[in-house]
Design a protein around this ligand. Sequence first.
Ligand code: SAM
Length: 248
Amino acid sequence: MVMAKTDIKNISKEKLSALLYDWHNLNVLRNQNHDITYFIDQVKQYNSKNILVVGAGTGRVSIPLSEISNVTSMDIDKGRLDRLLRKKPGMKVINMDICVFSSSDKFDLIILPYNTFLNIETEKIISCMLSVSKVLSEEGMCLLDVSTSFNFKDKSDWKEFTTAPSTELGLEVTEFQKIERGPEQLIIYKNYVDSQGRKLLLTEEKYHYYDKEYLRNSIESGLLKIKKIDIGYGDEYTKHRLIYKCQK
Ligand SMILES: C[S@@+](CC[C@H](N)C(=O)[O-])C[C@H]1O[C@@H](n2cnc3c(N)ncnc32)[C@H](O)[C@@H]1O
């Protein structure tokens, strides 16, 4: 999908943030998409008819799933969902914090892809899991995809990460990263600048470290049970990822 060129002077922070989020996925994460094939298999295996993707971002996972089933994309970030809708107009989106979500709709598959679970603050995790549980159908399956790699990431001062063009901005973009280790969470700062060193955006992301007991307690606090844990998406590169499969 080709996006129209965007004038940096007229772009809102929300829109720029979503654009650079996709730029990061493409150039830093190198468009890793192993999880998409995995989730497509899960949808087929469970014959899921009504799916909720929590933390859908700009639709990296939820758009391909919507090709084979009925998908609702939820995210707390409006700019990301707006960008998702520009990629796939008409898709059902909910701009909300999962921790306060409730609905009379029931979903037979709820996915928290690519570390969304680890993004939720410790003090909100029980509300998050209760919200998930309330909208999960009786036989439904919830998939929590977490990474164990944040536990081992070292703290670092600002480091230049990647330089690549943004065709949408018509600029060369460089991403710098700084990593801090809090007691419970890893904090990743990203600073995006153009080739003349002009600041484009500074972001901050927090990821809870992987902790087996924390996960188990959180899941059980939502009245769910762990049925199985898949190690990675079935390829050799993603064995540091764990996909918790939970049911009522
Ligand atoms: C690590 S990103 C994964 C995004 C996307 N699924 C992907 O794989 O590219 C996590 C997403 O969860 C969203 N998020 C974080 N906390 C949330 C919450 N409490 N409710 C809903 N979405 C949330 C963030 O805005 C972000 O887009």
